[in-house]
Design a protein around this ligand. Sequence first.
Ligand code: COA
Length: 349
Amino acid sequence: MRKALPDEAGYLSKLAFRSKAYWGYSDQFMQACLGELIIDIPYIENHPVFAIEVEGRVIGFYALEQVSASEAELGYMFIEPASIGKGYGRKLMDHARQQARKSGYTKIIVQADPNAEQFYRAAGGILVGTRESASIPGRQLPLFQIDLERSEIQIIRGYEYGRDPCREIAELAARLYGRQSALPVSLLQRWYRKNASIFRIAEALQGLMVGYISTLPLGASKFRETTQPDFQETSLQAEDIDNAFYPEGGGIFLSSIAVASEFQEQSPVSLLLRLALVEDLIKESYNRGIRISAQAVSQKGQSCMQSLGMQVCGDTASGWKIYYGELSGVDLRDIRNSLLDKLSARFEM
Ligand SMILES: CC(C)(COP(=O)(O)OP(=O)(O)OC[C@H]1O[C@@H](n2cnc3c(N)ncnc32)[C@H](O)[C@@H]1OP(=O)(O)O)[C@@H](O)C(=O)NCCC(=O)NCCS
Protein backbone atom coordinates (compact mmCIF):
# COMPACT_ATOMS: atom_id res chain seq x y z
CA MET A 1 0.00 0.00 0.00
CA ARG A 2 1.42 3.42 -0.89
CA LYS A 3 0.33 6.96 -1.62
CA ALA A 4 -0.92 7.45 -5.16
CA LEU A 5 1.16 9.79 -7.35
CA PRO A 6 -0.36 12.78 -9.15
CA ASP A 7 0.75 11.46 -12.55
CA GLU A 8 -1.31 8.29 -11.93
CA ALA A 9 -4.55 10.28 -12.21
CA GLY A 10 -5.37 9.01 -15.71
CA TYR A 11 -4.60 5.38 -14.82
CA LEU A 12 -6.70 5.52 -11.64
CA SER A 13 -9.65 7.14 -13.46
CA LYS A 14 -9.69 4.30 -16.00
CA LEU A 15 -9.38 1.73 -13.20
CA ALA A 16 -12.37 3.35 -11.45
CA PHE A 17 -14.40 3.15 -14.68
CA ARG A 18 -13.57 -0.55 -15.25
CA SER A 19 -14.31 -1.32 -11.62
CA LYS A 20 -17.70 0.43 -11.61
CA ALA A 21 -18.66 -1.37 -14.85
CA TYR A 22 -18.03 -4.69 -13.04
CA TRP A 23 -21.61 -4.52 -11.72
CA GLY A 24 -23.00 -4.84 -15.26
CA TYR A 25 -24.32 -1.27 -15.70
CA SER A 26 -25.45 -0.16 -19.17
CA ASP A 27 -23.22 2.04 -21.38
CA GLN A 28 -25.70 4.87 -20.94
CA PHE A 29 -25.46 4.56 -17.15
CA MET A 30 -21.67 4.42 -17.27
CA GLN A 31 -21.51 7.52 -19.44
CA ALA A 32 -23.71 9.37 -16.93
CA CYS A 33 -21.28 8.42 -14.13
CA LEU A 34 -18.16 9.31 -16.08
CA GLY A 35 -17.62 12.72 -14.47
CA GLU A 36 -17.77 11.25 -10.98
CA LEU A 37 -15.20 8.58 -11.80
CA ILE A 38 -12.51 10.95 -13.03
CA ILE A 39 -9.79 11.63 -10.52
CA ASP A 40 -7.54 14.57 -11.45
CA ILE A 41 -4.05 15.71 -10.45
CA PRO A 42 -5.14 18.41 -7.94
CA TYR A 43 -7.41 15.86 -6.22
CA ILE A 44 -4.46 13.51 -5.66
CA GLU A 45 -2.28 16.41 -4.52
CA ASN A 46 -4.88 17.61 -2.02
CA HIS A 47 -6.33 14.39 -0.56
CA PRO A 48 -4.95 11.22 1.01
CA VAL A 49 -5.21 8.78 -1.93
CA PHE A 50 -3.73 5.33 -1.36
CA ALA A 51 -3.07 2.65 -3.96
CA ILE A 52 -2.51 -1.07 -3.49
CA GLU A 53 0.08 -2.68 -5.71
CA VAL A 54 0.35 -6.38 -6.55
CA GLU A 55 3.38 -7.57 -8.48
CA GLY A 56 4.28 -4.01 -9.39
CA ARG A 57 0.82 -3.11 -10.71
CA VAL A 58 -1.78 -0.89 -9.05
CA ILE A 59 -4.95 -2.98 -8.68
CA GLY A 60 -7.00 -0.75 -6.39
CA PHE A 61 -7.17 2.56 -4.56
CA TYR A 62 -9.20 4.66 -2.17
CA ALA A 63 -9.34 8.30 -1.09
CA LEU A 64 -10.50 10.15 1.99
CA GLU A 65 -12.18 13.56 1.89
CA GLN A 66 -12.57 15.77 4.92
CA VAL A 67 -16.19 16.56 5.82
CA SER A 68 -15.55 18.08 9.26
CA ALA A 69 -12.90 17.84 11.98
CA SER A 70 -14.36 14.50 13.08
CA GLU A 71 -15.75 13.11 9.82
CA ALA A 72 -14.14 11.89 6.61
CA GLU A 73 -15.93 10.61 3.53
CA LEU A 74 -14.63 7.72 1.47
CA GLY A 75 -14.06 9.43 -1.87
CA TYR A 76 -13.22 6.44 -4.02
CA MET A 77 -12.91 2.71 -3.36
CA PHE A 78 -12.19 0.75 -6.51
CA ILE A 79 -10.58 -2.60 -7.29
CA GLU A 80 -9.60 -3.89 -10.70
CA PRO A 81 -12.37 -6.33 -11.81
CA ALA A 82 -9.97 -9.31 -12.10
CA SER A 83 -8.89 -8.74 -8.47
CA ILE A 84 -12.37 -8.35 -6.95
CA GLY A 85 -13.28 -10.94 -4.30
CA LYS A 86 -9.70 -11.68 -3.23
CA GLY A 87 -9.55 -9.70 -0.01
CA TYR A 88 -7.94 -6.53 -1.42
CA GLY A 89 -11.05 -4.46 -0.68
CA ARG A 90 -10.82 -5.44 2.96
CA LYS A 91 -7.13 -4.48 2.99
CA LEU A 92 -7.96 -1.05 1.54
CA MET A 93 -10.78 -0.58 4.04
CA ASP A 94 -8.57 -1.55 7.01
CA HIS A 95 -5.95 0.91 5.77
CA ALA A 96 -8.58 3.64 5.31
CA ARG A 97 -9.77 3.09 8.86
CA GLN A 98 -6.22 3.39 10.24
CA GLN A 99 -5.47 6.49 8.19
CA ALA A 100 -8.70 8.17 9.26
CA ARG A 101 -7.96 7.37 12.91
CA LYS A 102 -4.46 8.78 12.59
CA SER A 103 -5.90 12.02 11.21
CA GLY A 104 -8.18 12.33 14.23
CA TYR A 105 -11.47 11.40 12.54
CA THR A 106 -14.04 9.41 14.50
CA LYS A 107 -16.30 8.48 11.58
CA ILE A 108 -16.06 7.56 7.93
CA ILE A 109 -19.10 8.22 5.75
CA VAL A 110 -19.60 6.12 2.63
CA GLN A 111 -22.02 6.75 -0.19
CA ALA A 112 -22.14 3.19 -1.44
CA ASP A 113 -22.95 1.51 -4.70
CA PRO A 114 -25.97 -0.67 -3.79
CA ASN A 115 -24.01 -3.74 -4.98
CA ALA A 116 -21.32 -3.09 -2.38
CA GLU A 117 -23.69 -2.88 0.62
CA GLN A 118 -22.54 -6.21 2.09
CA PHE A 119 -18.92 -5.14 1.78
CA TYR A 120 -19.50 -1.99 3.85
CA ARG A 121 -21.57 -3.84 6.41
CA ALA A 122 -18.73 -6.36 6.83
CA ALA A 123 -16.37 -3.40 7.31
CA GLY A 124 -18.45 -2.33 10.32
CA GLY A 125 -20.65 0.15 8.46
CA ILE A 126 -24.13 0.98 9.67
CA LEU A 127 -26.77 2.14 7.21
CA VAL A 128 -27.72 5.66 8.29
CA GLY A 129 -29.79 6.83 5.32
CA THR A 130 -29.70 7.48 1.59
CA ARG A 131 -28.33 10.24 -0.61
CA GLU A 132 -29.24 11.17 -4.16
CA SER A 133 -26.62 10.28 -6.78
CA ALA A 134 -24.80 13.33 -8.14
CA SER A 135 -24.74 11.74 -11.63
CA ILE A 136 -28.21 10.26 -11.99
CA PRO A 137 -31.08 12.41 -10.67
CA GLY A 138 -33.53 10.48 -8.52
CA ARG A 139 -31.17 7.52 -7.90
CA GLN A 140 -30.98 7.04 -4.13
CA LEU A 141 -27.74 5.54 -2.84
CA PRO A 142 -27.24 3.92 0.58
CA LEU A 143 -25.24 5.98 3.04
CA PHE A 144 -23.09 4.08 5.55
CA GLN A 145 -21.32 5.30 8.63
CA ILE A 146 -18.27 3.54 10.04
CA ASP A 147 -17.74 4.43 13.67
CA LEU A 148 -14.00 4.43 14.37
CA GLU A 149 -14.38 4.64 18.13
CA ARG A 150 -16.39 1.46 18.33
CA SER A 151 -14.67 -1.59 19.75
CA GLU A 152 -12.84 -3.63 17.13
CA ILE A 153 -14.58 -6.69 18.51
CA GLN A 154 -18.30 -7.27 18.36
CA ILE A 155 -20.29 -10.05 19.97
CA ILE A 156 -23.01 -11.52 17.83
CA ARG A 157 -25.38 -14.45 18.11
CA GLY A 158 -24.77 -17.60 16.07
CA TYR A 159 -27.53 -16.81 13.58
CA GLU A 160 -26.11 -13.33 12.88
CA TYR A 161 -22.79 -14.78 11.76
CA GLY A 162 -23.79 -14.96 8.10
CA ARG A 163 -22.54 -18.54 7.73
CA ASP A 164 -22.61 -21.77 9.71
CA PRO A 165 -20.17 -21.09 12.57
CA CYS A 166 -19.81 -24.73 13.71
CA ARG A 167 -16.68 -25.66 11.77
CA GLU A 168 -14.81 -22.55 12.90
CA ILE A 169 -15.94 -23.16 16.49
CA ALA A 170 -14.74 -26.77 16.34
CA GLU A 171 -11.38 -25.65 14.93
CA LEU A 172 -10.89 -22.96 17.55
CA ALA A 173 -11.79 -25.46 20.28
CA ALA A 174 -9.39 -28.07 18.85
CA ARG A 175 -6.56 -25.53 18.88
CA LEU A 176 -7.26 -24.62 22.50
CA TYR A 177 -8.46 -27.85 24.11
CA GLY A 178 -6.66 -30.31 21.82
CA ARG A 179 -8.30 -32.46 19.11
CA GLN A 180 -9.21 -35.20 21.62
CA SER A 181 -11.26 -32.97 23.92
CA ALA A 182 -12.93 -30.74 21.31
CA LEU A 183 -16.50 -31.64 20.41
CA PRO A 184 -17.04 -33.02 16.90
CA VAL A 185 -18.35 -30.53 14.35
CA SER A 186 -21.26 -32.88 13.46
CA LEU A 187 -22.56 -32.70 17.05
CA LEU A 188 -22.25 -28.89 17.14
CA GLN A 189 -24.16 -28.71 13.86
CA ARG A 190 -27.01 -30.87 15.17
CA TRP A 191 -27.31 -28.61 18.24
CA TYR A 192 -27.02 -25.45 16.17
CA ARG A 193 -29.72 -26.54 13.73
CA LYS A 194 -32.07 -27.07 16.67
CA ASN A 195 -31.30 -23.69 18.26
CA ALA A 196 -29.05 -21.12 16.60
CA SER A 197 -28.99 -19.04 19.83
CA ILE A 198 -26.66 -21.45 21.61
CA PHE A 199 -23.54 -19.66 20.35
CA ARG A 200 -22.36 -16.13 20.97
CA ILE A 201 -19.44 -15.30 18.75
CA ALA A 202 -16.71 -12.69 19.19
CA GLU A 203 -15.94 -11.38 15.75
CA ALA A 204 -13.10 -9.04 14.88
CA LEU A 205 -13.98 -6.35 12.36
CA GLN A 206 -12.20 -8.35 9.66
CA GLY A 207 -14.92 -10.99 10.12
CA LEU A 208 -12.57 -13.32 11.96
CA MET A 209 -13.93 -15.49 14.78
CA VAL A 210 -11.76 -14.78 17.82
CA GLY A 211 -13.83 -16.47 20.51
CA TYR A 212 -17.18 -17.93 21.42
CA ILE A 213 -19.34 -18.95 24.34
CA SER A 214 -21.88 -21.76 24.00
CA THR A 215 -24.82 -22.36 26.29
CA LEU A 216 -27.34 -25.15 25.97
CA PRO A 217 -30.89 -24.61 27.26
CA LEU A 218 -32.05 -27.92 28.79
CA GLY A 219 -35.22 -29.19 30.40
CA ALA A 220 -35.21 -29.86 34.17
CA SER A 221 -34.09 -33.52 34.20
CA LYS A 222 -31.39 -33.17 31.50
CA PHE A 223 -30.13 -30.07 33.24
CA ARG A 224 -29.81 -31.99 36.54
CA GLU A 225 -27.66 -34.60 34.75
CA THR A 226 -25.10 -31.92 33.84
CA THR A 227 -24.11 -31.59 37.51
CA GLN A 228 -23.46 -35.34 37.97
CA PRO A 229 -19.87 -36.71 38.06
CA ASP A 230 -20.48 -39.08 35.13
CA PHE A 231 -22.08 -36.47 32.83
CA GLN A 232 -20.76 -36.51 29.26
CA GLU A 233 -21.53 -33.54 27.08
CA THR A 234 -21.36 -35.69 23.98
CA SER A 235 -24.49 -37.52 25.20
CA LEU A 236 -26.60 -34.39 24.63
CA GLN A 237 -28.68 -34.71 21.51
CA ALA A 238 -30.50 -32.04 19.53
CA GLU A 239 -33.83 -33.13 21.02
CA ASP A 240 -32.50 -32.43 24.55
CA ILE A 241 -32.02 -28.78 23.63
CA ASP A 242 -34.90 -26.40 24.20
CA ASN A 243 -35.98 -24.00 21.45
CA ALA A 244 -35.97 -20.98 23.75
CA PHE A 245 -32.84 -19.14 24.78
CA TYR A 246 -33.72 -19.82 28.40
CA PRO A 247 -35.86 -22.90 29.12
CA GLU A 248 -38.87 -22.60 31.38
CA GLY A 249 -38.32 -24.75 34.50
CA GLY A 250 -34.91 -26.07 33.36
CA GLY A 251 -31.46 -24.54 33.20
CA ILE A 252 -28.64 -23.52 30.98
CA PHE A 253 -25.45 -25.60 30.61
CA LEU A 254 -22.42 -23.51 29.73
CA SER A 255 -20.77 -25.91 27.34
CA SER A 256 -17.67 -23.87 26.52
CA ILE A 257 -16.00 -20.49 26.55
CA ALA A 258 -12.91 -20.08 24.44
CA VAL A 259 -10.80 -17.22 23.15
CA ALA A 260 -8.12 -17.53 20.45
CA SER A 261 -4.71 -17.46 22.13
CA GLU A 262 -3.61 -14.23 20.43
CA PHE A 263 -6.66 -12.50 22.01
CA GLN A 264 -6.20 -13.93 25.49
CA GLU A 265 -4.69 -12.08 28.47
CA GLN A 266 -5.62 -8.46 28.92
CA SER A 267 -7.86 -8.44 25.86
CA PRO A 268 -11.50 -7.74 26.65
CA VAL A 269 -12.82 -10.65 24.56
CA SER A 270 -13.59 -13.13 27.32
CA LEU A 271 -15.25 -10.38 29.38
CA LEU A 272 -17.30 -9.20 26.39
CA LEU A 273 -18.50 -12.77 25.78
CA ARG A 274 -19.49 -13.24 29.42
CA LEU A 275 -21.19 -9.87 29.47
CA ALA A 276 -23.19 -10.64 26.32
CA LEU A 277 -24.38 -13.86 27.91
CA VAL A 278 -25.43 -12.16 31.15
CA GLU A 279 -27.21 -9.35 29.26
CA ASP A 280 -29.21 -11.97 27.37
CA LEU A 281 -30.00 -13.89 30.55
CA ILE A 282 -31.28 -10.72 32.19
CA LYS A 283 -33.46 -9.96 29.17
CA GLU A 284 -34.70 -13.42 28.40
CA SER A 285 -35.32 -14.85 31.86
CA TYR A 286 -37.78 -12.01 32.55
CA ASN A 287 -36.44 -11.49 36.05
CA ARG A 288 -37.47 -14.99 37.12
CA GLY A 289 -33.94 -16.07 38.04
CA ILE A 290 -31.96 -18.81 36.33
CA ARG A 291 -30.10 -22.07 36.89
CA ILE A 292 -26.72 -22.44 35.25
CA SER A 293 -24.06 -25.18 35.25
CA ALA A 294 -20.66 -25.78 33.69
CA GLN A 295 -17.49 -27.84 33.89
CA ALA A 296 -14.03 -26.34 33.91
CA VAL A 297 -10.50 -27.57 34.30
CA SER A 298 -8.16 -24.62 33.63
CA GLN A 299 -7.57 -21.91 36.24
CA LYS A 300 -8.89 -19.25 33.92
CA GLY A 301 -11.89 -21.35 32.96
CA GLN A 302 -12.67 -21.71 36.67
CA SER A 303 -12.32 -17.95 37.20
CA CYS A 304 -14.71 -17.37 34.31
CA MET A 305 -17.33 -19.67 35.88
CA GLN A 306 -16.97 -17.98 39.28
CA SER A 307 -17.36 -14.57 37.68
CA LEU A 308 -20.71 -15.79 36.35
CA GLY A 309 -21.96 -16.49 39.88
CA MET A 310 -21.34 -20.26 39.87
CA GLN A 311 -19.69 -22.31 42.60
CA VAL A 312 -17.97 -25.68 42.64
CA CYS A 313 -20.39 -28.48 43.51
CA GLY A 314 -18.28 -31.54 42.71
CA ASP A 315 -15.77 -33.14 40.37
CA THR A 316 -16.27 -35.12 37.21
CA ALA A 317 -14.83 -38.62 36.85
CA SER A 318 -12.00 -37.09 34.78
CA GLY A 319 -11.15 -34.44 37.39
CA TRP A 320 -12.91 -31.37 36.01
CA LYS A 321 -14.68 -29.10 38.48
CA ILE A 322 -18.46 -29.05 38.24
CA TYR A 323 -19.97 -25.58 38.61
CA TYR A 324 -23.54 -24.68 39.50
CA GLY A 325 -25.42 -21.48 40.23
CA GLU A 326 -28.97 -20.46 41.04
CA LEU A 327 -29.17 -16.77 40.29
CA SER A 328 -31.95 -14.30 40.93
CA GLY A 329 -32.59 -11.25 38.74
CA VAL A 330 -30.70 -9.15 41.32
CA ASP A 331 -27.72 -11.54 41.25
CA LEU A 332 -27.61 -11.30 37.46
CA ARG A 333 -27.56 -7.52 37.58
CA ASP A 334 -24.77 -7.59 40.20
CA ILE A 335 -22.78 -9.94 37.96
CA ARG A 336 -23.34 -7.62 35.01
CA ASN A 337 -22.11 -4.63 37.00
CA SER A 338 -19.01 -6.42 38.20
CA LEU A 339 -18.17 -7.55 34.62
CA LEU A 340 -18.68 -3.96 33.45
CA ASP A 341 -16.30 -2.70 36.16
CA LYS A 342 -13.66 -5.22 35.08
CA LEU A 343 -14.18 -4.24 31.47
CA SER A 344 -13.62 -0.56 32.07
CA ALA A 345 -10.55 -1.35 34.20
CA ARG A 346 -9.18 -3.44 31.34
CA PHE A 347 -9.73 -0.69 28.76
CA GLU A 348 -7.88 1.76 30.99
CA MET A 349 -4.76 -0.39 31.11
C1 COA B 1 -10.86 -19.48 29.44
C2 COA B 1 -10.56 -18.37 28.45
C3 COA B 1 -11.78 -18.14 27.57
C4 COA B 1 -10.29 -17.07 29.26
O1 COA B 1 -9.92 -16.01 28.41
P1 COA B 1 -8.50 -15.25 28.63
O2 COA B 1 -8.49 -14.09 27.74
O3 COA B 1 -7.39 -16.23 28.53
O4 COA B 1 -8.55 -14.89 30.13
P2 COA B 1 -8.65 -13.52 30.89
O5 COA B 1 -7.34 -12.81 30.80
O6 COA B 1 -9.88 -12.80 30.43
O7 COA B 1 -8.86 -14.08 32.33
C5 COA B 1 -10.05 -14.79 32.69
C6 COA B 1 -10.19 -14.77 34.17
O8 COA B 1 -9.22 -15.64 34.74
C7 COA B 1 -8.55 -14.98 35.79
N1 COA B 1 -7.20 -15.55 35.81
C8 COA B 1 -6.18 -15.28 34.98
N2 COA B 1 -5.11 -16.03 35.31
C9 COA B 1 -5.47 -16.79 36.35
C10 COA B 1 -4.83 -17.77 37.14
N3 COA B 1 -3.56 -18.13 36.91
N4 COA B 1 -5.50 -18.34 38.14
C11 COA B 1 -6.78 -18.01 38.40
N5 COA B 1 -7.47 -17.09 37.68
C12 COA B 1 -6.81 -16.49 36.68
C13 COA B 1 -8.60 -13.53 35.46
O9 COA B 1 -8.57 -12.75 36.62
C14 COA B 1 -9.92 -13.40 34.74
O10 COA B 1 -10.99 -13.16 35.60
P3 COA B 1 -11.97 -11.91 35.37
O11 COA B 1 -11.94 -11.58 33.90
O12 COA B 1 -13.31 -12.37 35.81
O13 COA B 1 -11.36 -10.84 36.17
C15 COA B 1 -9.31 -18.69 27.57
O14 COA B 1 -8.16 -18.80 28.38
C16 COA B 1 -9.44 -19.95 26.75
O15 COA B 1 -9.99 -19.95 25.66
N6 COA B 1 -8.89 -21.09 27.28
C17 COA B 1 -8.94 -22.36 26.57
C18 COA B 1 -10.32 -22.97 26.65
C19 COA B 1 -10.79 -23.16 28.10
O16 COA B 1 -10.08 -23.63 28.96
N7 COA B 1 -12.07 -22.80 28.37
C20 COA B 1 -12.70 -22.86 29.68
C21 COA B 1 -13.18 -24.20 29.99
S1 COA B 1 -14.87 -24.45 29.49
